[in-house]
Design a protein around this ligand. Structure first.
Ligand code: THU
Length: 159
């Protein structure tokens, strides 16, 4: 006998100007730096902006390499930087922005599976889940808890 269980992920869509002022600042910073991504191979630019509990902002863009698999996503660039520089300062919010090479911001840039796994570990490490905001030109999708982006996951308790 099998029992079906459904997983619900709360997501909200709202105009950027209805985000908190702190999150709007992250969106603005991500849009400011997205064109500086190093993406000569995919021509797809991504920026991540995260806020820490202290109020500090940490930014990242995707960093590609001629040896393709060595490139790193914007989210992990920012998350690892925050882990390295401010190891005891929990992440409280993460914004992701994607743009074409001509600078046009796309509607939704969803994080890859690898970055979802790293977000999960960051939330667990600080016992502090954080929202992920996928910001487009005018509106954003908000996932309240980054852990919801990776259901049935592998974490330290799996080892
Ligand atoms: N990329 C990111 O930086 N973050 C995402 O959420 C999706 C994909 C990057 C990786 C690669 O440099 C380029 O976008 C195309 O996959």
């Amino acid at each position: 006998m099998s029992e079906r269980r459904d997983i619900e992920i709360p997501i909200r869509e709202l105009p950027i100007n209805q985000l908190s002022p702190e999150d709007q600042e992250l969106v603005a910073k991500a849009k400011e730096i997205v064109s500086g991504a190093y993406a000569p191979y995919s021509h797809f630019h991504v920026a991540a902006a995260l806020r820490l509990e202290s109020g500090r902002i940490v930014l990242g863009t995707n960093q590609e390499n001629a040896s393709y698999p060595l490139g790193l996503c914007a989210e992990r660039t920012a998350l690892f930087q925050s882990g390295a520089l401010y190891p005891d300062d929990p992440v409280t919010s993460l914004v992701i922005v994607g743009a074409k090479e001509d600078g046009t911001v796309i509607k939704t840039c969803a994080p890859c599976g690898g970055c979802r796994q790293v977000m999960l570990e960051m939330a667990d490490r600080h016992h502090h889940p954080f929202p992920v905001i996928l910001a487009g030109p005018e509106s954003a999708l908000v996932v309240e808890d980054c852990r919801d982006l990776l259901p049935i996951n592998f974490d330290a308790t799996s080892l």
